[in-house]
Design a protein around this ligand. Structure first.
Ligand code: TPP
Length: 805
């Protein structure tokens, strides 16, 4: 037998060693059979799409050996074998996910919300509170965008660093999240996805920060059909990463190479990697070469279209199952017949698990068909007997029905009998209502927190004032952050220039000195991974406040906010959360990239994240205070031109809290309702003064938050009084104003009370031009607001108002 098998197994009795090896052989066979049968399930129409981990099995078995309780994975859709190896995924679970089973006990990965092959463990109890994450093996929930797992991985690793540095976090409730920062964050990625900017940004940041991150690249030579020569310089990720290699005690990565079919070398490599990573708390990259993909990329096509004969032959010869089998036989660890039996048993086990998953998936749907059919039977005594019977027969003839089939049938019948008045019809209507509620829960719950800590459960506290002391807005914020950092040891604030100088607008001035470099700190210019750093930290029980220096640069982070942060609770059906607070500043300063206000873009991309648009720093601070008591992600956009404006300093700074979704009436009026937010408020106030002088009375409403939006539908009450409404902001036409208009006129029914057409005031469609005049002619001004509202009143009452220009 080879001497270099696995160091951990050295000293084991042969029988015990053999058992380990055969268990691994069994697992890779079961995983392979799962991939093979899974593909068939898609091709025969039972599942919609399949993407499998065949070819990557052996490397994942080796990686799983060094993955401990408390560790986290951030990976992608090829990792089924790893998930099986850590005990987080059964074969039956896998098939339930493939079919889209909406019961979380069957598909624990996403309750049918994500396509199969997207993995994750449960960080939360059913009530939305965190579990003890130190006592379990953890995987953050996968997303499909290639390299989208990378930014979050940085945060998961950085959390260990933070827990290690912070002694206050090494006791009490924090022991549920970390054992003195001993945990490693494991990343996985395909070789082609390393072409993405997110990969490089994360690798660089991990090298700078020296975090315990064990990164694996599964290198199968292709990204779908595109070979490495079009993906990677020198066609080798480890080759081009050489500059990141640690040298002479400096920072950087440890970079190791191995092969995806070489069991003993894989095991040794991962042991070496984890020892460096866990003991020295530094990042390690394992480049796993010569990995195969026997069935091609996914069920959408076959790999014969793009792999040449030599590559196809290589894939057969170096298939990791074949190679492990050969190695076992060469080293006389087991006999051919023992291996045959494992292979045969695997086929049976997978077939049985697949059959069980399919029958469990169909069972509740079939029982719904039965219930509905019995209602149809009762209704088939009436005037439409023949048609209803035909609908029932058609429904029952579907061998493998889905819920859509049932609803189509039920609605057809209810339309037929719409004029009948029978108990059976009431029964069927009730069934439909109940089904609608259940399907909403199945597919639409948990976009936001449903836990006891959800935002709407946190009680607001009014700001109080003992005197009229005025301070700059930035000073008010700094006082508030001081209070927060003192009160919550799990809070950390970071971003570009946030540390040493305390932010470009000085809202954190002096706080690094007071709380230390690990609580308030500078980062590189890397918005996407600032966001990812925050996401991973918050998934591990910390409360990051991540700064994006200007709203205009949020675009760099928006993809990860939208794809990862915004979807996290929803895509796990409430089994993971990441209550990140994103702090930025925007709307209006100078020039194209410091004056943007792309609010509709943000609101459309970030359903699942709260979006606060305070008009001043008093409001902003009140939002931060509330958000820190809640468990939901939020973006707070401070008004960029407000840091040097004077505000009254509340005596209960740090303690008052502003509830989200509650608009505030800033000016009562009777002629027109003007709805706006953020920096536009001051422009509106200016215009209102001028309008007053010309006999127009305006009711000014500050919506305060775009998500949630006016949860009590208070704006419509104002429209009931004024019968006219104007929506105003600095986004492009049809942007934020159109969003507000839809909310108020359609959702709140505001259209019923209008006597004039609804109006929106927005910026020009182009970006804001430079200089004061550039701003004046690009963004809405007080004059614009005056003109629009005055002309509206002129149209209403030409007797009272005269045309000015
Ligand atoms: C941002 C983004 N672009 C494109 C895709 C479509 N896509 C899915 S997987 C894939 C190839 C990934 O190849 P690789 O990283 O080598 O992983 P492998 O599938 O080979 O394991 C592509 C292009 C995607 N999911 N996300």
């Amino acid at each position: 037998m080879q001497e270099d098998v696995i160091s951990a197994t050295k000293g084991l009795k042969f029988e015990d060693f053999k058992q380990i090896v055969l268990n691994d052989f069994k697992l890779i066979n079961e995983s392979r059979q799962t991939s093979l049968l899974g593909r068939k399930e898609v091709l025969t129409g039972k599942a919609k799409f399949g993407i499998f981990g065949d070819g990557k099995e052996l490397a994942q078995v080796a990686m799983a050996k060094v993955f401990q309780n408390g560790d986290f994975r951030s990976g992608y859709y090829r990792d089924q074998t790893f998930m099986m190896a850590i005990g987080a995924l059964s074969i039956q679970n896998y098939f339930a996910g493939l079919y889209g089973h909406t019961d979380i006990s069957h598909d624990p990965m996403s309750a049918g919300r994500q396509m199969g092959g997207h993995f994750g463990t449960h960080s939360l109890n059913e009530d939305g509170t965190f579990k003890n994450l130190v006592n379990q093996k953890n995987s953050s929930a996968d997303i499909s965008p290639t390299a989208g797992q990378m930014p979050r991985l940085l945060g998961l690793a950085y959390a260990s660093h933070f827990y290690k540095k912070n002694e206050v976090l090494q006791k009490g409730k924090f022991l549920n999240f970390s054992n003195k920062g001993n945990e490693v964050a494991f990343g996985t990625i395909g070789d082609a996805s390393t072409s993405e900017g997110l990969f490089w940004e994360t690798i660089n940041a991990a090298g700078v920060l020296q975090v315990p991150m064990l990164m694996s690249v599964w290198d199968d030579g292709h990204g779908i059909s595109v070979p490495k020569k079009y993906q990677t310089t020198k066609e080798s990720i480890s080759e081009i990463l050489k500059g990141f290699q640690r040298e002479n005690g400096g920072n950087g990565f440890e970079i190791l190479k191995t092969k995806g079919w070489d069991y003993p070398h894989l095991c040794e490599t991962y042991e070496k990697a984890i020892t460096i990573c866990r003991e020295q708390h530094v990042p390690v990259l394992v480049h796993v070469e010569e990995v195969t993909q026997p069935q091609g990329h996914s069920t959408s096509g076959s790999h014969e279209r793009y792999k040449d004969a030599a590559r196809l032959q290589f894939e057969t010869d170096f298939d990791c199952l074949k190679k492990m089998r050969e190695w076992i036989l060469e080293n006389a660890i087991a006999t051919d017949s023992e291996l045959n039996k494992i292979e045969e048993d695997s086929k049976i086990a997978v077939r049985d698990a697949k059959t069980a998953a399919w029958s469990e998936y169909l069972k509740p749907i079939k029982s719904e068909v039965e219930v509905v059919s019995s209602f149809f039977n009762e209704l088939a005594n009436g005037s439409y007997a023949d048609v209803i019977n035909a609908i029932k027969t058609e429904l029952n003839s579907i061998k493998e029905p889905i819920r859509k089939d049932i609803l189509v049938a039920v609605k057809k019948v209810l339309r037929l009998i719409k004029s009948e008045n029978s108990p059976a019809r009431t029964q069927l209507t009730n069934w439909l209502n109940q089904s609608n509620a259940e399907n909403t829960e199945r597919y639409s719950s948990h976009l936001y927190s449903e836990s006891i800590q959800k935002i709407s459960n946190i009680s607001p506290v009014n700001a109080e004032y003992h005197d009229d002391k005025l301070v700059d807005g930035r000073e008010l914020l700094r006082e508030n952050f001081d209070f927060i950092l003192n009160k919550y040891p799990e809070t950390l604030i970071f971003g570009e220039d946030s540390g040493k100088i305390g932010g470009v607008n000085q809202g954190l001035e002096g706080l690094q000195l007071k709380y230390g470099e690990h609580r308030v700190f500078d980062t590189g210019i890397r918005e996407a991974t600032i966001m990812g750093q925050a996401i991973g930290l918050a998934m591990r029980g910390l409360r990051p406040i991540a700064e994006i220096q200007y709203l205009d640069y949020l675009l760099y982070a928006l993809q990860i906010m939208s794809d990862d942060l915004a979807t996290l609770q929803w895509r796990t059906k409430g089994m993971q959360k990441s209550p990140v607070i994103i702090r930025t500043r925007g709307h209006r300063l100078e020039g194209v990239w410091h004056s943007g206000s792309p609010m509709a873009m943000i609101v459309s991309a970030c359903r699942g994240i709260n979006v606060c648009v305070p008009r001043n720093m008093t409001q902003a601070a009140g939002f931060y205070n509330l958000l820190l008591e809640a468990d939901e992600p939020a973006l707070v956009i401070e008004p960029l031109n407000g840091y040097r404006l004077k505000e009254k300093l509340p005596s209960n700074i740090g303690e008052y809290k502003i509830q989200l979704g509650l608009p505030e009436i800033l000016n009562e009026g009777s002629d027109v309702t003007l709805v706006t937010y953020g920096s536009s408020i001051r422009i509106a106030q200016d215009a209102i003064k001028q309008l007053n002088e010309h006999g127009v009375s305006v009711e000014l409403i500050d919506i305060q938050t775009l998500l949630p939006f006016d949860i009590n539908h208070s704006i419509v009450d104002s429209i009931k009084k004024t019968n006219r409404v104007v929506f105003f902001d600095e986004d492009v036409p049809g942007g934020g104003t159109a969003y507000m208009m839809q909310k108020v006129l359609e959702e709140q029914g505001g259209y019923k009370y209008l006597d004039s057409k609804p109006i929106t005031i927005a910026s020009k469609a182009h970006r804001p031009a430079y200089g004061s005049d550039g701003d004046y002619f690009s963004k809405p001004s007080a004059e614009d607001v005056f003109d629009v509202i005055y002309n509206l009143m002129l149209e209403v009452n030409p007797g009272k108002f005269v045309k000015i220009y």
